[in-house]
Design a binder for this molecule. Structure first.
Ligand SMILES: C[S@@+](CC[C@H](N)C(=O)[O-])C[C@H]1O[C@@H](n2cnc3c(N)ncnc32)[C@H](O)[C@@H]1O
Length: 384
């Protein structure tokens, strides 16, 4: 087993180097040293092919080699579903949402490289998960330089066991990482391995001037991107998106609220619309732009009586928009205090008029006065 896993680790490091995500010697050394399988001893869930809705079945370490090989494949491995269920709890299949995982190694190392951590830096990680990325940080920077916050006590406990089995002893904290961890601040770097709607001001306040915050910023239309912000001496932060269509499970407090009662789609005001609902389901960047215009909107599809309605609902604002196919094009009916589709249409049209720039041309700023603002360069601002 020992020789096998060493060989698999070296091979993983070589593959990530060839793919261009693993770029520097210290991180290469970390990947070749940290045994990912030790963080997956409890098994993982694999997706059941063809199941709809998505179903998961457990893969446990049973000595047939399949589990070990998969631990060193470049894939994300789900380790908890439905907030509590782990692979060892189950024999059959389960159709629930993943709530913790070991992120795919190419993304883990890409983020670590993008973090630009140097010897002596202190790092705050949000989302300990299995502890694999925490172990890589410990290998690179030393146990005393790493603080990792996990919201789920059980998940954090399992990570602590795996980390200690590998000889790593970082400061593991159980709590809501959106608050950071002020007791050990300030940090040189903050890295989040769960997604956020907005970069919390606590992370900026707890980072030294010149330090970096790296996080995936997304929303409930499920388009997201990795942002790297530099913290300034005046308590603000700004940076750019690093194009790569990166997505993470959202931080638990940022998950969408229950939809509640569906709107009365016979009420409201109706008009024709030039833009169809395709923009909510197709291209990633267009969806990201739409999401900026309606940052708390959720998208659902309702069908019945031979018709399909695409609905945007902002539960908090009590606003909604329903798109229905018309003879030629689409009709939109909108209700509530804001016109969600007017905002989406306007924003997407302006972005197109500015040449539809890619996400690598978007800028993000966070200030105490304005909160988070995202805009494409040469274009207009969006509160996010
Ligand atoms: C994709 S996993 C982390 C992967 C991990 N870094 C690894 O290498 O295994 C995301 C983790 O974020 C945790 N999480 C979600 N919301 C959180 C929050 N508000 N604060 C801290 N952790 C959170 C989840 O419980 C989950 O374990």
């Amino acid at each position: 087993m020992r020789e096998d896993d060493e060989r698999l680790r070296v091979r993983l490091g070589d593959r990530l180097t060839e793919a261009g995500c693993l770029r520097t010697a210290p991180w290469r050394a970390a990947v070749k040293a940290v045994p990912r399988h030790e963080f997956l001893r409890g098994g993982f869930f694999e997706q059941v092919e063809g199941a709809s809705p998505t179903a998961w079945r457990p893969v446990l370490p049973n000595g047939d080699g399949r589990w070990l090989e998969r631990c060193y494949a470049d894939e994300s491995l789900v380790t908890q579903v439905a907030g509590t269920v782990v692979p060892g709890d189950l024999r059959g299949e389960i159709m629930r949402t993943p709530t913790s995982s070991s992120t795919m190694p190419s993304l883990v190392v890409r983020m670590l490289e993008e973090l630009q951590a140097e010897d002596g830096h202190r790092v705050l990680e949000i989302g300990t998960g299995t502890g694999y990325s925490t172990a890589l940080l410990c290998h690179r920077l030393g146990d005393g330089s790493v603080v990792s916050v996990e919201v789920d006590r059980e998940v954090s406990g399992r990570a602590a066991t795996s980390l200690s089995a590998c000889g790593y002893r970082p400061n593991l904290v159980v709590g809501d990482g959106l608050a950071g961890h002020v007791d050990a601040a300030p940090y040189d770097r903050v890295i989040a391995t769960c997604g956020v709607l907005t970069v919390p001001e606590s992370w900026i306040a707890q980072t030294k001037p010149g330090g970096i915050v790296l996080a995936t910023v997304g929303g409930w239309l499920y388009a997201s991107e990795l942002a790297r912000l530099t913290v300034h001496g005046d308590g603000t932060a700004s940076g750019r998106f690093l194009d790569g269509q990166i997505s993470f499970m959202l931080a638990r407090p940022h998950l969408p609220p229950p939809l509640g009662l569906l709107p009365d789609i016979g009420s409201g005001e109706e008009r024709l619309t030039a833009l169809g609902p395709d923009l909510l389901t197709s291209d990633w960047t267009t969806r990201f732009v739409a999401q900026l215009a309606a940052p708390r909107a959720q998208h659902i599809t309702l069908s019945g009586e031979g018709r399909t309605h695409q609905i945007l609902i902002d539960v908090q604002a009590g606003a909604w928009a329903v798109l229905t196919e018309a003879d030629r094009g689409w009709r939109v009916r909108q209700g509530g205090p804001i016109r969600l589709w007017d905002a989406v249409e306007d924003h997407v049209a302006r972005w197109c008029a500015d040449g539809a720039p890619g996400l690598d041309r978007f800028e993000i700023t966070v200030t105490p006065d304005e909160g988070q603002v995202i805009r494409w360069l040469g274009g207009r601002r969006s509160r996010g």
